[in-house]
Design a protein around this ligand. Structure first.
Ligand code: 26Q
Length: 844
């Protein structure tokens, strides 16, 4: 289980020979002006796409431009890797099962500062720059917030010149593409690699073996020490695919390293399956399946075994790679924790605790206590959810069968940990049972959040409220025992992608108003406050918003055929579909509003356009039903001449990073209406705010801090607080009482049940209506009346154009805190103890 170290040195090892060859190549492929770009684009078109300009397709042009941009990143990339290898620096290793990086070309152009030149070059070649950029198929290697957060953090790490690497999985099929057929969600496989990926570089020489199954054997070595050998039933090879991550206007270019699984060449046949050819072929298929597909979240029971195998696969490859880098630096194993800070993005990579112990103890003969010290000093864990059903656990039989050695190690960690708990809280066996790494109630299960916590020196939540609740609820015993290990790092998002790239008109206005530094120092945005009531500035602000709304209007039309009015209030909820996020609360409000208009056609209502977007996990029936409901409401409302000039409802299909670029800048109102205490942070809320949308929201996740920043007078707050939610539940929540006590709500539910939004079908929405009336686990009915009242305040505020614009400007002005640069700085100082390293391009 060691690296194939046969091939030529990779850029990681960065020999001088490689560097000087690169350097002596001179300025070829590095000129940043439009002429140089134009030459190289044509060059790449011919040499890499094998096409002459006359017959090149838009996709050929995209590839040629992408390769030309990548060429211009290589010098920085090599210099960065070399500098990090040569210097005594600690490397931040972000371990994540998901990286939702979005389209790369536009972002890389922005980072390099050559967007205008590239545009000019393409123009000179007779190509429409924007439609060439639109050719890029985005890598959908994530579900939603957590995966996109990882991508924003990579962007900030590079921008802040932090030595860092992202480790993950190169899924062949990312998150499915969503189509809407007959008002239902239909999943279509995401073939993002079909046309080739110009951003990755495969490194066949950076490859590791990962073992699965089999059994363990114990022996005593010459020194009398216990040695455990894991006799695996199968091994898989992980090969590194590297993607460059260029920092904004700096030389740093970090690496995102994704592992692809491959079969180990004819290895199985001899070693394991003793001549069983067909079994060997079968194993080969399994090996190649490991990095095939990303699992959607919220899937009950789907693909358990393969999911655990994926997690172990990428974690083992990543840790082996870190040990390889340590060796390359000539550092002893004991220095591992000084050289690496590994951040676990949720529990998905938490098997790292046991795997690092295995690599140190079994493979490198480090004594247990010393290995444990190294492990704890190098690992830290970020929690992203408090929902009990979303906390990862694995059944013991499955775990033992797939990872027998790791289970032994977990048992040993647990034995020592439980001793510590007993010593500390003598006799408190209830506490021991609660804290154990093994849940022994019913079928025994490994609790991955406990493993991650015990094996880390720091545990953090992702917003202030979430971190506080974490300590009070799921991690209470741990926070009592180790209070010094618990932190908050409120999430952030990158202003490069979510302002500069996706909202260039706003960016230009900001440049002119507060200077250009806001992009790396968003506290500068505060300078907008002085202009918030300036009529001329307000006029420009509104023009930018209107133009973005026109662009979205066009996309809505081409995606759905629906015609909306760009002058309407754009009220937008985009995020994964989940009951706790309460898209159905929004839908109930729309139905109520529609009814009021039907009953009183003279009612004055400023035109509103409700936009929804988001995917439902394929196995989450209720979420899919909510999509059906939204489309059902859209069908009725949009086609009713009585209201269709004032009300529009749109379900925008296939919400992803690419579509998000058009959606956030066009929003007037951001819907952040989760049940308080359920949304760990939210990050879409921040993207909307930066782009000048006002928020209607509950006191949940980062909404609390958004409201704090923008001021309560500029935020539409409604609903029960997290404490009140718990109180209502303790008191015995009876949702039907809320329906009975509210005529409009009762009517809304009746319309749904009567088939008004299901083409007369009275069965379709029965599960939804019954769930709401009988259980309503997320208190939709309890919050309905206050939500409606709050929406009334929104409508009233919208009438006052100048005041609305004032609030919109203040939202952008006060969004600085939510830059991922701030979040990454906090990780660096509070958790990783890492400082920036300047990359010098001339040094070689
Ligand atoms: C787990 C086991 C099996 C299959 C899939 C999963 C799985 C995959 C992805 C479970 C969860 C996720 C993703 C979770 C997620 O996106 N959480 C969000 O993280 C954001 C970043 O911190 C927060 O802003 C959101 O509040 C949180 O919901």
């Amino acid at each position: 289980m060691t690296a194939d170290s046969t091939a030529a040195p990779s850029t990681d090892s960065g020999t001088n020979a490689t560097a000087s060859t690169f350097h002596s190549a001179g300025p070829a492929r590095s000129g940043m002006d439009a002429d140089a770009l134009q030459r190289d684009i044509v060059d790449n078109l011919i040499c890499l796409q094998a096409r002459y300009p006359a017959i090149a397709t838009p996709h050929d042009w995209y590839m040629a431009l992408a390769y030309s941009v990548r060429d211009r990143m290589l010098e920085r990339w090599v210099a960065t890797v070399q500098t990090h290898a040569a210097r005594e620096v600690r490397l931040a290793c972000y371990l994540s099962a998901e990286f939702l990086i979005g389209p790369q070309l536009g972002n890389n152009l922005v980072s390099l500062g050559i967007e205008a030149n590239a545009r000019a070059a393409m123009q000179a070649l007779g190509q429409d720059f924007d439609s060439i950029l639109a050719q890029e198929e985005e890598p959908g290697l994530g579900n939603g917030g957590l995966g996109r957060l990882a991508a924003c953090y990579l962007d900030s790490l590079a921008a802040l010149e932090i030595p860092a690497i992202g480790y993950g999985i190169r899924y062949e099929f990312g998150i499915f593409d969503q189509e809407i057929r007959d008002a239902w969600q239909v999943e279509v496989t995401d073939k993002w690699l079909q046309m080739g990926n110009p951003w990755e570089i495969v490194r066949p020489d950076v490859a590791f073996y990962v073992a699965f199954g089999g059994h363990t054997e114990s022996t005593t070595d010459a020194q009398g020490r216990l040695q455990v050998r894991w006799v695996a039933a199968n091994k898989v090879k992980g090969v590194a695919y590297d993607i460059p991550v260029a920092g904004f206007h700096v030389n740093t270019c970090n690496t995102l390293r994704l592992w692809k699984s491959e079969a180990v060449e004819s290895f199985d046949l001899q070693d394991f399956n003793a001549g069983d050819y067909y079994q060997a072929v079968q194993d080969k298929v399994i090996s190649e399946t490991l990095s095939k597909v990303l699992y959607p979240n919220d899937e009950p029971e789907a693909g358990k075994r393969l999911r655990l195998a994926q997690q172990y696969f990428f974690v083992s490859c990543s840790l082996q790679d870190m040990l390889r880098l340590l060796d390359l630096k000539g550092e002893p194993t004991e220095r591992f924790a000084d050289m690496f800070a590994a951040q676990l993005n949720d529990t998905h990579p938490s098997i790292a605790v046991a795997e690092l112990m295995r690599l140190l103890v079994d493979e490198r003969q480090v004594p247990w206590d010393e290995a444990w010290d190294i492990t704890r000093r190098s690992l830290a864990y970020t929690n992203h959810t408090l929902l009990p059903e979303a906390l990862e656990t694995w059944g013991l039989p499955l775990f033992r069968n797939l990872l027998p050695r790791l289970l032994e190690i977990i048992y040993e960690i647990n034995r020592r940990f439980i001793d510590e708990v007993r010593q500390r809280y003598g006799g408190d066996e209830a506490r021991v049972a609660r804290m154990s790494l093994i849940d022994e109630r019913g079928d025994k299960r490994v609790r991955m959040a406990h493993l991650a916590t015990v094996g880390s020196h720091a545990v953090n939540g992702v917003a202030a409220l979430h971190s506080a609740l974490l300590k009070q609820t799921v991690m209470r015993d741990f926070a009592e025992m180790w209070p010094e290990r618990f932190f908050n790092v409120t999430n952030g998002v990158t202003p490069r992608r979510f302002m500069l790239l996706c909202n260039p008109q706003l960016a230009r206005l900001l440049d002119e108003t507060v200077g250009k530094d806001w992009i790396t120092d968003p506290t500068q945005l505060r300078g907008l406050e002085a202009h918030a009531d300036d009529a001329a500035f307000q006029e420009r602000w509104r023009r930018v918003k209107l133009s973005n709304k026109e662009a979205l209007t066009a996309r809505i039309h081409s995606a759905t055929g629906i015609v909306v009015d760009p002058g309407a209030l754009f009220d937008i909820q985009v995020k994964r579909i989940h009951e706790y996020k309460r898209q159905h609360l929004n839908a109930l409000f729309i139905i109520g509003l529609y009814q009021r208009l039907r009953n009183n056609p003279q009612l004055t209502l400023a035109p509103r356009c409700f936009v929804f977007g988001g995917k439902a996990a394929p196995g989450y029936a209720m979420a899919k039903l909510i999509i059906r409901l939204i489309n059902g409401v859209a069908e009725v409302v949009n086609n009713d001449p009585l209201v269709s000039d004032r009300l529009k409802v749109v379900f925008f299909p296939d919400f992803n990073v690419k579509n998000a670029h058009f959606i956030y800048p066009a929003a007037d109102l951001s819907e952040q209406i989760s049940t308080a205490g359920k949304e760990a942070s939210g990050t879409g809320n921040m993207k909307f705010m930066m782009n000048g949308a006002l928020t209607i929201g509950t006191l949940d996740g980062a909404n609390v801090e958004i409201r704090e920043q923008v001021g309560e007078e500029n935020f539409f707050l409604f609903g029960l607080s997290a404490d009140q939610v718990e109180q209502v539940k303790r008191d015995g929540y009876r949702p039907a009482d809320y329906a009975n006590g509210n005529a409009e709500l009762r009517e809304v539910l009746k319309l749904i049940a009567d088939g008004q939004f299901s083409r007369g079908d009275r069965e379709m929405f029965r599960p939804l209506v019954e769930s709401l009336l009988q259980f309503d686990p997320f208190l939709v009915l309890a919050d309905y009346a206050d939500y409606v009242a709050c929406q009334e305040r929104v409508s009233a505020a919208w009438q006052d154009v100048r005041h609305w614009t004032h609030m919109s400007i203040l939202n952008t002005a006060r969004a600085g805190k939510f830059s991922s640069d701030r979040a990454i700085s906090e990780y660096c100082s509070q958790i990783w103890n890492i400082r920036p390293v300047r990359i010098d391009l001339e040094q070689r």
